[in-house]
Ligand binder design. Structure first.
Ligand SMILES: Nc1nc2c(ncn2[C@@H]2O[C@H](COP(=O)(O)OP(=O)(O)OP(=O)(O)O)[C@@H](O)[C@H]2O)c(=O)[nH]1
Ligand SMILES: [Mg+2]
Length: 357
């Protein structure tokens, strides 16, 4: 069974009758997979259903833009032809999937249509979803989990340019982990911007995390050093470090991040266990350039893509994976704390294509 149908079964259909119909249809096409299909259609828990709703809501702009164009295209063509492919290519590029990713995708789609003799735009619609997924997965194991250290504390360093959502992401994630029963400490490594330390301290108070900060103008590495020493003593489970986000001068930023990493490693040899780069989805291809630049200067282990709710170009998730090669671990789908979600490709694809399913 293709991904399109799998996701449709998982999230869209709850009535068992409809599921059976879908299964029977597939029987004719792929005989051996019936058992796998049954096993792979899990029942969603209440929490998962709520998460799916957050995806649906947060991806509304993208869905309305992207999918309505796709449906419109499907309705206008009886058979796929060169013009159809040209239009499809344009729709995908407009969704910020990225030119290289789209070219690669179009090549695969064209050759699949040829090989399998596909002419119906209606059928192709499903194939498009499958192929987008394949591009994302691209033979790799998807790592969207935080790499927790066996020994306390796990240290997560947050980097990214100004205003992308680093501090609020830290607060949202801290809130999640505290809900799970973890003890969390926030360290104000952004000593550059006036008010940054106080902003983080306020968040720490709101979500119930401990806090370490010294304020504007102090040496970030010194703050981080003290915070980590405290964390070792007070039995903290997870430390999250906020940093200043200026990339105007790459050499300086690189030196500063090197110093920060060195200091972290001095206190906790295996740390940082995660370096999360925060990117604002509304900045589109500019966000991709930021990811490439940061990747050159430090070891990024994951991406947090914020403000997906604020863009109609939600395709950027796919472009990041292909063009930058770093997994998206969290996405921001709004300003509430629940709106920070672990990135899940299946929920994402459902959120994006729900109206077609
Ligand atoms: N709609 C929406 N807004 C978000 C999301 N994530 C963050 N924001 C908003 O983005 C703005 C900037 O967030 P901050 O967390 O202050 O960004 P920052 O990267 O820490 O900024 P600097 O400290 O100035 O470098 C805030 O108004 C947040 O509420 C999201 O997923 N969706
Ligand atoms: Mg900040």
């Amino acid at each position: 069974m293709g991904l399109f149908n799998k996701i449709k079964n998982m999230f869209a259909k709850e009535e068992p009758k409809e599921k059976e119909v879908v299964l029977e249809e597939q029987d004719e096409e792929i005989e051996e997979q019936e058992e796998v299909v049954e096993e792979e259609t899990p029942v969603l828990t209440k929490e998962e259903k709520e998460d799916v709703k957050i995806y649906e809501k947060g991806l509304t702009k993208s869905r309305e833009n992207f999918v309505s164009k796709l449906v419109n295209l499907t309705n206008r063509y009886k058979k796929v032809n060169d013009e159809y492919f040209d239009e499809l290519e344009e729709i995908l590029i407009m969704a910020d999937i990225g030119v290289d990713t789209v070219m690669n995708f179009m090549d695969r789609l064209r050759s699949r249509c040829k090989k399998e003799n596909i002419e119906s735009p209606e059928y192709l619609k499903e194939l498009i979803v499958d192929e987008l997924f394949i591009i994302y997965v691209n033979d790799t194991v998807i790592v969207n989990k935080i790499n927790y250290s066996e020994k306390k504390p796990t240290v997560i360093l947050f980097v990214g340019v100004n205003g992308v959502g680093k501090t609020t992401t830290i607060a949202k994630l801290a809130n999640k982990l505290i809900d799970e029963g973890k003890k969390v400490k926030l360290i104000a490594g952004d000593t550059f911007r006036a008010g940054a330390t106080r902003q983080l301290e306020e968040w720490a108070g709101k979500v119930g995390a401990t806090f370490c900060g010294k304020g504007e103008g102090s040496d970030p590495s010194a703050v981080i050093y003290d915070g980590l020493e405290e964390a070792l003593k007070d039995d903290t489970d997870v430390v999250m470090i906020d940093t200043a986000g200026r990339l105007q001068n790459k050499v300086n930023l690189m030196k500063e991040l090197e110093k920060i990493n060195r200091v972290i490693g001095k206190v906790i040899p295996e740390a940082p266990h995660e370096v999360l780069l925060v990117i604002d989805a509304t900045t589109g291809q500019n966000g991709i350039s930021q990811a490439k630049a940061f990747k050159e200067i430090t070891n990024i282990t994951g991406i947090v893509l914020t403000k997906l709710d604020g863009t109609a170009k939600g395709g950027i998730v796919l472009a990041i994976k292909e063009q930058v090669g770093i997994p998206v671990k969290y996405i921001g789908l709004g300003e509430r704390k629940e709106d920070l979600q672990v990135f899940d490709i299946e929920k994402y694809i459902y959120g994006l294509f729900k109206d077609m399913m």
